[in-house]
Design a protein around this ligand. Structure first.
Ligand code: NFS
Length: 644
């Protein structure tokens, strides 16, 4: 079994792992000890794209001396195989984010047509802001007078255009024009401007098939194109329409960690990704009817909490606390106090069903594309047209199950305070000042050197690394060196759990310049920007920095860098690639599946920078990882002539 002190740096998780081991329940941490990954797969050089294989092309011991003659049955080289695998990871990740975005767009269309009565436009200003990108007018001419167009009309027009973005025949994704002009020109020159999400993902699958594209550079063009379709289209439209329907986040205070669960409350954990489900669950669970019902069953109330990106969605708009990130999901049930866990799509471990069997917990799947085979799992299909009714059924199951709770309950006491809910506009407001209406003050503080640069730290946990440690050590090192940090996904949850998302943490962890800025404006030095689809907020924040002036003409000129220190999902590769192709130096932790194809690896780690201004890198040690990012930031400062 796993050593709790080695498995995670987080005390509540250590306690819960000890408890699981005492109860004889195996978790992801124990399985990481007993199951070793395949060495060839780790290096990215196993091709299983046809039935003549799998062809394995290990590097000869001592490396390649002279010409690399390794090939699969068809003759595919290590570069081709590694690039195919990498492009398929991008396709998988882009598909996940973008299918989420599609679901949001379809629900928004139903809402605009008034056939999904539980969804509406909560943020009309946001709708008006994005309408022009879809070519939708926001004003009308009447008798020579310009008037505001009816918001329902705008919603319908935007919704109809938005759903078409996934498969439209016109040849350019609409949102591409939101990127800085020089970047758009680079993409055009390279032939990687995405057409539409579905087409780019289909083409990835086609080109990586046996006997199609056999040139790693050409394969990566499609990888880049699909990743841009994700970041600048599928994910970005998803984030925008979620903001339109559920409200754009603004900073709020909340708690974090497994200790947010309450012994005397019904504990309902919502896990997965799509706020279409969680928004309605919140509305139902907070209704007087359900609170009274919970009281009638002997509970003091209903405690909602999130896991993974659903946690970030519920946190940023409602202050509902995250119970934990990816590697804590099993432990929410192992508390013995989880009356129901409801899941939708992505990052849901199948082992939840086995863990739930050891307790009274009801595990409920809700999405037609994500079921779990075990017979103790309940499936309640969530239909946007009957959202409230479906959510009521789910919340009632949790309440009715409260009385079945066993005596053996252990909720860790650890919970921390955090400020979350930042977005492109709130950064502008807090750091830019409303009268300027731009990112000028942020840029100014970068130019005068108080803030050295900006880092985006995002992504998952990985049971092959110490839970949360790479995130936290890395972020603290960046803060110490006056780098402002933007976080999303499970990294954001880690930052919240470890107390980095408070204004007070500026004085504790930051260098003098960054501390001064954060203390003056009263913000945390680590800004929570939401879920993984909300990485699109980071792209737009970077674009705003370019627009505000003084820091070059393109995203690649900014003193900025990206990181996913504990990545595990293919979604992280898609995100990494769209950051790289948008001009960001992006460092991943743990390892990258590229070691077996050194030429292809060099292409991603070096040559790509000449094309897009950004490149990949990998560094498992979090301190060295931070200093690679800082060195890049310093290089950009020098190029801008602001290094004094
Ligand atoms: Ni992102 Fe969110 Fe977490 Fe990784 Fe999974 S929850 S979409 S993939 S594990 S950060």
């Amino acid at each position: 079994v796993a050593d709790p002190m080695e498995a995670t740096m987080e005390p509540a998780t250590q306690d819960m792992l000890r408890r699981a081991q005492k109860l004889g329940i195996d978790t992801v941490f124990d399985r990481a000890v007993t199951m070793k990954p395949c060495a060839i797969g780790m290096q990215g050089i196993c091709c299983k794209n046809c039935a003549m294989g799998p062809c394995r092309l290990p590097l000869p011991k001592g490396g390649i001396d002279g010409e690399d003659t390794r090939k699969g049955l068809c003759g595919a080289t290590a570069n081709t195989i590694c690039a195919r695998n990498f492009v398929r990871m991008i396709a998988g990740g882009a598909a996940a984010h973008s299918d989420h975005g599609r679901g949001v767009a379809e629900t928004f269309l139903s809402a605009a047509r008034k056939s999904a009565k539980d969804y509406s436009v909560k943020d009309p200003a946001r709708l008006i802001q994005i309408a022009p990108y879809f070519g939708v007018a926001t004003t009308v001419e009447e008798d020579g007078v310009t008037k505001d167009r009816d918001i329902d009309e705008i919603a319908l027009a935007v919704a109809e255009k938005a759903v078409r973005e996934w498969g439209k025949p016109e040849l350019t994704a609409s949102y591409i024009k939101r990127a800085p002009k020089p970047l758009q020109e680079k993409w055009e020159k390279e032939g990687v401007v995405p057409r539409n999400v579905d087409r780019e993902i289909v083409e990835c699958m086609h080109r990586t098939l046996m006997g199609v594209d056999q040139d790693y550079k050409n394969l990566m063009k499609q990888g880049v194109r699909a990743s841009l379709a994700d970041g600048w289209c599928g994910s970005m439209i998803g984030t925008d329409l979620q903001d339109v329907m559920f409200g754009s986040p603004s900073p709020l205070q909340a708690e974090a960690n497994l200790g947010v669960m309450k012994e005397d409350h019904v504990n309902l954990i919502v896990h997965g990704h799509e706020p279409l489900l969680s928004e309605i669950i919140i509305a139902v669970a907070q209704s007087q009817e359900m609170v009274d019902y919970a009281k009638s069953k002997g509970a003091k109330g209903i405690q909602l909490a999130g896991i993974c990106c659903t946690a970030n969605e519920m946190l940023q708009r409602h202050g509902v606390p995250p119970a934990g990130n990816f590697l804590q999901q099993e432990f929410a049930i192992i508390t013995g106090a989880c009356d129901a866990m409801v899941v939708d799509v992505q990052c849901i471990m199948q082992n939840l069903a086995n863990v739930a069997k050891c307790f009274h917990t009801k595990l409920i799947t809700t999405h037609p594309i994500a079921k779990i085979e075990q017979d103790n799992v309940i499936h309640i299909e969530f239909d946007e047209h009957y959202a409230m009714e479906d959510a009521k059924r789910i919340v009632k199951i949790a309440i009715d199950n409260f009385e079945n709770r066993g005596a053996d309950v252990m909720i860790p006491k650890q919970r921390s305070i955090q400020v979350a809910g930042f977005g492109v506009e709130s950064i502008q407001y807090h750091l830019g000042g409303s009268f300027r209406g731009s990112y000028y003050t942020l840029n100014d503080n970068i130019i005068n050197g108080r803030i050295r640069g900006v880092a985006g730290v995002v992504g998952c946990n990985n049971a092959r690394t110490k839970h949360n440690e790479e995130h936290i050590v890395l972020i603290k090192e960046l803060l110490k060196n006056d780098v402002l940090v933007l976080v999303t996904g499970c990294s954001a949850i880690a930052a919240g759990v470890h107390g980095l998302l408070t204004p007070e943490s500026a004085a504790v962890y930051c260098g003098p310049g960054l501390a001064e800025v954060c203390e003056t404006v009263g913000i945390p030095p680590v800004l929570h920007l939401g879920s993984c689809v909300d990485n699109s907020r980071i792209l737009l924040a970077a674009t705003e920095m370019v627009k505000a002036g003084g820091l070059g003409d393109d995203i690649c000129d900014l003193p900025a860098a990206g990181s996913a220190p504990e990545w595990m999902s293919e979604k992280a590769i898609a995100i990494g690639q769209y950051f790289v192709a948008s001009g960001v130096y992006t460092v991943f932790g743990y390892h990258m599946p590229l070691e077996g194809a050194p030429v292809f690896k060099d292409y991603l780690y070096k040559e790509m920078e000449e094309i897009y201004g950004g490149k990949w890198d990998c560094e498992p040690d979090p301190i060295k990882h931070a200093h690679k990012m800082i060195a890049h930031i310093d290089k950009k400062r020098k190029e801008l002539g602001i290094d004094k």
